[in-house]
Design a protein around this ligand. Structure first.
Ligand SMILES: Nc1ncnc2c1ncn2[C@@H]1O[C@H](COP(=O)(O)OP(=O)(O)O)[C@@H](O)[C@H]1O
Ligand SMILES: [Mg+2]
Length: 204
C-alpha cells in the first residue's frame, strides 16, 4: 500500500507520525521499548467498547501501533490560548477530570504520564480524548490527579494566577469525585510539581 508521511509529532521516546495511505490517514506509533508497546496495547484492549473517548487500534505489529487519527489540539495549546485571553474554559478541565476518573473506574489503571500533550480537545464536537498509555499502573488516583494539576501549573509561564485557578479547580473536582480531603491533594500536587521541575532541570 502506498504510504506518505505527513508530519511527525513531538514525542519524548517514540516515533509518532501522521501517515496518509490509500485507506485514509492514520497515526503510526513505533515504540522504543517492546514492553511499552505491550502495555499500551493491553490498555487499548481494556478500553474497547467502553465509553471513554480514545483512538482505535487499526493494527498492531512488531513494536508499532497504527491508530485512528483523533481530531483536536493538545491541552498544552488549549492552556496557552486561555492564558492569552486570561479566561479559563472550565468545561475543558471538567472533561479532563471526568475522562481520568472514568479511565480509572473502568480499567482499574491510572495514567502516570499525564502531561497535557497526552490529551486532545476538539472544539467542534467538544470532545476530549486521552492517548499514550504506556505508563499506566493499577495505582491510586491520587498521584495521577496531583500530577495533572502540577503539569497545568508548570507550563511556561509557570504558576500564573490563571494556571493556579485551573489547577485548584481540577483538584477540587477530583476531591469531590473520590471523596478525598482537598488539602491532601494540594500537598501531593506540590510534591509532584517539585518532581516535574527537577526532571526538567536535569534534562537541560
Ligand atoms: N491517535 C492520534 N491522533 C492524533 N494525534 C495523535 C494520536 N496519537 C498521538 N498523537 C500526537 O502525537 C503526540 C505523541 O504521541 P504519544 O502517544 O503521546 O507519544 P509519546 O509516548 O512519545 O509521548 C501526542 O502528543 C499527540 O499530539
Ligand atoms: Mg505522550
Amino acid at each position: 500500500m502506498a504510504e506518505q508521511k505527513l508530519s511527525i509529532y513531538k514525542s519524548r521516546r517514540n516515533r509518532v507520525c501522521l501517515t496518509q495511505t490509500d485507506a485514509g490517514r492514520f497515526v503510526v506509533k513505533t515504540f522504543l521499548d517492546e514492553s511499552c508497546f505491550q502495555k499500551e496495547l493491553q490498555i487499548y484492549k481494556l478500553l474497547q467498547n467502553k465509553d471513554i473517548p480514545c483512538a482505535q487500534v487499526m493494527a498492531a505489529e512488531g513494536k508499532t501501533l497504527v491508530l485512528s487519527e483523533l481530531p483536536g489540539q493538545t491541552l498544552v495549546e488549549c492552556l496557552q490560548q486561555q492564558e492569552q485571553t486570561g479566561v479559563p474554559v472550565c468545561d475543558i478541565w471538567k472533561k479532563l477530570v471526568a475522562w481520568l476518573t472514568a479511565f480509572h473506574q473502568e480499567t482499574g489503571f491510572v495514567m502516570m504520564d499525564v502531561n497535557l500533550r497526552n490529551f486532545l480537545y476538539d472544539e467542534k464536537t467538544k470532545m476530549l480524548y486521552g492517548l499514550d498509555f504506556e505508563e499506566c499502573s493499577p495505582d491510586s488516583i491520587i498521584i495521577s490527579a496531583a500530577s495533572v494539576a502540577a503539569f497545568i501549573r508548570t507550563y511556561q509561564p509557570e504558576n500564573t494566577p490563571l494556571k493556579q485557578e485551573i489547577s485548584k479547580y481540577v483538584l477540587q473536582l477530583f476531591a469531590q469525585n473520590y471523596e478525598m480531603e482537598v488539602d491532601r491533594l494540594f500537598l501531593e500536587s506540590a510534591g509532584q510539581e517539585e518532581k516535574i521541575l527537577a526532571r526538567r532541570k536535569n534534562k537541560i
